[in-house]
Design a protein around this ligand. Structure first.
Ligand SMILES: [Zn+2]
Length: 76
């Protein structure tokens, strides 16, 4: 996927405990129930925990380029 550092990302946890970056436009849900990570993986919404955790995906970090997630943008 095409990315740019000006884009907003949210960090969500998948079932395996790793947090991936998702574009903020997926926060409200997607039509097909699938969310795309910044590292080009597709995860079903039902397998996502909409909260960050300590283990961040290294590939997503590189794509997002921001280093660490911005707590102010997390929901809940
Ligand atoms: Zn990732």
């Amino acid at each position: 996927m095409t990315t740019s550092t000006s884009r907003r990302f949210l960090w969500w946890r998948t079932v395996d405990g790793t947090c991936h970056a998702f574009t903020a436009d997926q926060a409200g849900g997607t039509d097909d129930g699938l969310c795309e990570t910044a590292c080009d993986h597709v995860v079903a919404e039902q397998d996502l925990v909409r909260a960050a955790g300590p283990k961040l995906c290294g590939h997503c970090l590189i794509v997002v380029g921001a280093g660490m997630p911005d707590e102010a943008r997390w929901r809940g």
